[in-house]
Structure formats: C-alpha cells, structure tokens
Design a binder for this molecule. Structure first.
Ligand code: BES
Ligand code: MN
Ligand code: ZN
Length: 502
C-alpha cells in the first residue's frame, strides 16, 4: 500500500473514490457539504430520503455524482459528532478500508483524517489510519494451497489534512505508521506460523534475516551447550523434553553511540507450551503456539525501530524454547539452580515461562542496560484480570512504568498497571528451595511477576503480561494481533527524542 498526505478541497480531487463522513442524524460533515453543493444537492437529497442515517460504520457508495471529477464517493457514517472517540475512529477507518478493498476502488482520497477526534491531533489520526489500514488488509495465507486473490485491491490512499501547515506532521505520521505496521506484520507472521515450523531455530533464522536487511542490526545466539556453560539450568530444564533445541537469539540494534547504555527487550519465546508433565487440557491447546507472542513482539519491535533507524541502542532477546512431556522432561518436584544461583522448586511444569525468562533476565545483566522490559504470554490469570483489551504492566521502577503507560496511551495499545507489593512475595515460599515457581490461585499474574522480580535487581525493570492481548482466540478470526509492537515502538521513539505530535 502506498500512502500520502495532501491538503485540498474534495471537488478538485480526480480519484477512483473520495471518502467523506456523515454524522448522525443525517448531518453532513463540512467536506460532504462542499460536495453536496457542487453536485446540486445530490447527497442531501439521498439523505433526506433516508438512505443513510449516519450511524457509525454505515456505508453508502455513490457513482458519478454531477460535477464531481472522481468516479465514486463513499459516504461513511461517523455516529454522533460529539461522541467520536479514538475507538470509534479506528472502527470507522477499518470498515472504510474493507469496503474500498471490496468495491474495486484501487485508490482513494480519504477525508476522515479531518474529523475531530477527542483529544487527538492530525499526526495521531494519520498514523492510526495507516496502522489500521495495514491491520485490516492483513491475512495469513502462506500455508493455504489456494490463495484468495483480490481482483482489484486497494493500492493507494491519500489522507487529506485540513491545512498545509499540517502536511509535515502527516508525512511523519505516515513514516512512523508504516514502520509500526511493518513491525506488527512481522510479529503476526511469526506468531501465526504453526509450531511444527516455528521452533526456536526458526526464531533465530528470522533474526538473521532482519540483520541481512538492516545495517544497524546484528545477531548472536546461545544454544544449549552455551546455556549449560553459563549455568542457565532453569531455561534448559524447560526445553529438556523437546526435540527442538532451546535457542536464545540476541538482536542488537546499534543506533546510538557505543557508550550509550542499551534498552533491552526480552520476549518469552515458547514456540509451543503443552504444559509439559503438568500437561494442559486439550481444549484450544493449538493456541499455545502463540506462547512465543512475547518473542514475536520483540522481533516486530526490532523491525520497526530498524526501519526508523532510531538513534538509540536496543537489544532484543528472543527466549526460544519448547515445553513438552517426555522421559527427559523436567518434573514437578525438581529443584533447579538458576543462572543467578538462586534455587527454584518446580511445583508445576506449566509455569514454565518464568523459568525460561529468569535465566534470560540474568543473562542480560552483562549489557549494563538502562532499562529492561520483558514481554510474555505469562499467565492465564491476566486474561481473568484484564480480559483481552489491556496488557498487564508490572514494574519495580515508577518512572519506567509511567513512560510505558504514556507510550501505551499515545499508541492506543492499551496497558494497565497491577501492583507488585512485597506482600505478594510470600506466596512463593518453599520448604525445600529458595522459592517455588508457583504462587497459587490468588493474583497469579502478580506472583508470576514477583518471581521475575527476584532476577531483576541489578537494573530498572518492567514486565508486560500479554496473555490476553497477543492473539484473538477461537473461530475463524483466530490470529495474532501484533501487540504490543505499537506500544514498545512508541516507547522507543519517545526514548530517541523523535517528536510524535503536531
Ligand atoms: N503460557 C501460559 C499462560 C497462558 C495460558 C497464556 C492461556 C494465554 C492463554 C503459561 O505458561 C501457563 O501455563 N501459565 C499457567 C500458570 C500456572 C500453572 C501457575 C496458567 O496461567 O495457568
Ligand atoms: Mn505454561
Ligand atoms: Zn507458557
């Protein structure tokens, strides 16, 4: 898809389609009014006859309006003018895109970016329009024997902004939106890939491909031999029941000076989580291919920041591993000595994510990071707490937590903070080891983070639980969402000092 911005009047556009809004009840936006006047009241006549109420998401496609140069005009219901918020804006844009894509307009000039959206500026509206467009055109058909081919797909979109002064903001929004969208696509593609293809070695392969694509990127990897030398016994234990070798891929983006401390992102990369000896029930077990959603999010974010060539140092770690039951598999009751030297009593082999992450989090101490954020589909309890709408954020460092919350708000990639009070730590007590890997039913998301917090004392740290947000479950809409790539990329854009507003 090709995007551009322009500041012009609707009647002067010569395009396959012009997209303009209509508010509820039957109220034309200023742009629609301009078209109405020139066409001799064509639109207002239709609306008076009841063809379009203006409810959010309603669509009416018109052809060959009198005196209008463009072939088509798509009227888009925008709901009540005063109720147009960001959620509704994104829904309207998504519907518009599928409509355009299905009705054969290969290009369009869209005036929806001129609508007033509560608390949001032109930069935001254009960037979200780009991201939403790419999101709604995504499909994963690499493994279908027959691809669905669109006869006349949408190829080119022009977003109109109210004044020429806003053009540079719109242009920057397109650049950022495209980078985020590329990261989201990379994240979705790897996450949707089935676990017989996407194993830890496959994650490494994708990291290497990224390094080939961008000058700023280089890759190292740690396999099982090196893990053993480093004492990463907890990580190794989780992968022991699998035939696929555990591999930790380390992606370096060098955009800043050599002396600048890096920001480190660590992604849980369980390419399949069967539960191990504490085997999961069969229902929806296929979705545990998404248990590498954290690693997918980190890989996608590295894509986005490399595309933007951000002037900072960032390290992305993909903690690749597979959790399987087997004669060699680790068991409930085992006591593991982690790389940090702390010992852990395994009470449930299905609480494996924290056992992989704890060693990865110890490993990254060597980079003397400015901050470490781990990203993980860590607990089913997070879905119980926050549902599918927000990622769970936990941190022992308030300024870092606030920065992440800001990035979340700016990018409309929702997160909600949960407490990490010491009181919860007691739930991890063990009679035999330093602590257990299980905190019991109450506050399962927080006790998982408490576990990780015992390995992150040497730097500023935050944890994102994306169990609810990384993918959409069940049915034909099943699929990766690309989250939290927008949030993390925004966080890093902010860190690099590039402005993202008008
Ligand atoms: N990967 C799962 C968490 C998960 C489950 C994410 C369902 C998304 C959907 C994790 O490894 C796990 O199994 N967690 C257990 C922890 C429990 C054994 C303490 C859980 O959430 O049930
Ligand atoms: Mn598990
Ligand atoms: Zn898991």
């Amino acid at each position: 898809m090709e995007f551009s911005v322009k500041s012009g009047s609707p009647e002067k556009q010569r395009s396959a389609c012009i997209v303009v809004g209509v508010f509820e009840p039957r109220r034309l936006t200023p742009v629609a009014e301009q078209l109405d006047e020139i066409s001799g009241g064509y639109i207002s006549n239709l609306i008076r006859r009841g063809d379009l109420e203006g409810k959010a998401g309603q669509m009416l496609l018109l052809h060959h309006l009198p005196n209008i140069l463009s072939e088509r005009v798509l009227l888009v219901g925008c709901g009540k003018e005063r109720e147009l918020d960001e959620r509704q804006y994104k829904q309207i844009v998504a519907k518009t895109i599928s409509n355009l894509n299905e009705t054969g307009s290969m290009e369009a000039v869209c005036f929806l970016t001129e609508l007033h959206v509560k608390g949001r500026d032109t930069y935001w509206k254009v960037r979200q329009a780009v991201e939403t467009t790419q999101d709604s055109l995504y499909n994963f058909d690499q493994l279908k024997s027959k691809k669905s081919d669109q006869r006349r797909p949408l190829r080119k979109l022009v977003f109109n902004v109210p004044t020429r002064r806003e053009l540079p903001y719109g242009e920057r929004a397109i650049e950022h939106g495209l980078a985020v969208a590329a990261g989201v696509k990379a994240c979705k593609d790897v996450a949707n890939m089935p676990p017989n293809i996407c194993n830890p070695a496959y994650l490494l392969q994708l990291a290497n491909e990224l390094a080939e694509q961008y000058q700023s990127i280089s890759v190292e990897s740690i396999g099982e031999t090196q893990m053993a030398e480093l004492g990463m016994n907890s990580y190794l234990a989780v992968g022991r029941g699998s035939d696929n070798e555990s591999i930790m891929s380390i992606i370096h983006h060098k955009g800043g000076s050599a002396s600048q401390a890096p920001i480190v992102l660590v992604g849980k990369g369980l390419t399949f989580d069967s539960g191990g000896i504490s085997l999961k029930p069969g229902e929806a077990m296929d979705e545990m291919k998404y248990d590498m959603g954290g690693a997918a999010g980190v890989l996608g974010t590295m894509h986005a920041i490399a595309a933007l060539n951000l002037p900072i140092n960032v390290i992305g770690v993909l903690a690749g591993c597979e959790n399987m039951p087997d004669a060699k598999a680790y068991r409930p009751g085992d006591i593991l000595t982690t790389m940090s030297g702390q010992t852990v009593e395994v009470l449930n082999t299905d609480a494996e994510g924290r056992l992989v992450l704890c060693d990865a989090l110890t490993y990254v101490e060597r980079f003397n990071p400015d901050a470490v954020i781990d990203v993980a589909t860590l607990t089913g309890a997070c879905i119980i707490a926050l549902g599918k709408h927000a990622s769970g954020l936990m941190s022992t460092h308030n300024p870092l937590a606030h920065e992440i919350m800001n990035a979340s708000e700016q990018s409309s990639d929702k997160a909600w903070r949960l407490p990490l009070w010491d009181e919860y730590q007691d739930q991890l007590e063990s009679p035999f080891a330093d602590f257990t890997n299980l905190g019991g039913r109450p506050a399962g998301t927080i006790t998982a983070a408490c576990f990780l917090s015992r390995f992150t004392k040497k730097y500023n740290w935050a944890h994102l639980d994306i169990a609810g947000t990384a993918w959409v479950s069940g049915g034909k809409n099943k699929g990766a969402t690309g989250r939290p790539v927008p949030m993390l990329t925004q966080f890093l854009i902010n860190r690099s000092g590039v402005p993202t507003e008008d």
